[in-house]
Design a protein around this ligand. Sequence first.
Ligand SMILES: C[S@@+](CC[C@H](N)C(=O)[O-])C[C@H]1O[C@@H](n2cnc3c(N)ncnc32)[C@H](O)[C@@H]1O
Length: 276
Amino acid sequence: MAVPSSGAGKPLAGALGRGYSRRVPDALFAHHRLAPIYDAFGGARDDLTAYLDIADELGARRVLDIGCGTGCLAILLADRGRTVIGVDPAEASLEVAKAKDRTGRITWVHGDATTVGRAKRREAVLPALGADLALMTGNVAQVFLTDDEWTRTLQGIHAALRSRGYFVFETRRPERRGWEDWVAETAPVTLDVPGIGLVEELSFEVTEVSLPFVSFRYTYRFASDGAVVTSDSTLRFRDRDEVEASLLASGYRVLDVRDAPDRPGREFVFVAERTP
Ligand SMILES: C[S@@+](CC[C@H](N)C(=O)[O-])C[C@H]1O[C@@H](n2cnc3c(N)ncnc32)[C@H](O)[C@@H]1O
């Protein structure tokens, strides 16, 4: 059985481990052996349906997918006729995403929200971005470990949105203490990944809980050459008040805070609007 998707249970996201600051994305997304197996181990992405529905509900035509990873959501949005810009700092994940976008419908940007904001101001990389909607799925919001990183991300997205554009994202509820279930929810798994061969998820362990930070480690073995690759991650758990206050301070109005339909009681889904 494939491990749960990033949305369903234990995380497929993270950081650099101790020190609680991040300069590059985790190996899980940035390593040339691990990015191509992300989708296989992520399993069915039932978590994305709610975001497609939200894009419909908000009437969004131009959509920015921040932390798009291997492009699962971006592809689905483009399939539904939307103009999509996918942004991610992990080049290896972007390569996987681009390979799925055979007709080149999507604009892929190697960077982060601050890259997009700058691009808009300079009218260089992405002229007149003016997105109707920015999305962050797969709990991307938790990869920003410091207040500064989070604030710069909120500001970058603000700059990329049109006036009264929407920003919708999820983050795990800290009071649910999901990390206490992650190990129990993990069964050893070996998958036959097309083009790669048998890959075994050797272990998943929560390595440190030092709230609001939770660190964990994945280890994979590739049958083709016996290579063992490890990825260390840290996520930050912010409570509802903290997220709401940060949105307000960065020029957003919180319109709604919802449940993720596929993960009842586990997530906050924030629906915010850029104030003009
Ligand atoms: C769990 S994955 C989710 C990917 C995708 N949104 C999905 O739902 O499949 C987290 C993603 O966040 C990206 N990420 C890490 N640091 C980031 C940053 N500073 N800005 C934007 N994305 C970042 C990672 O490279 C990775 O692709």
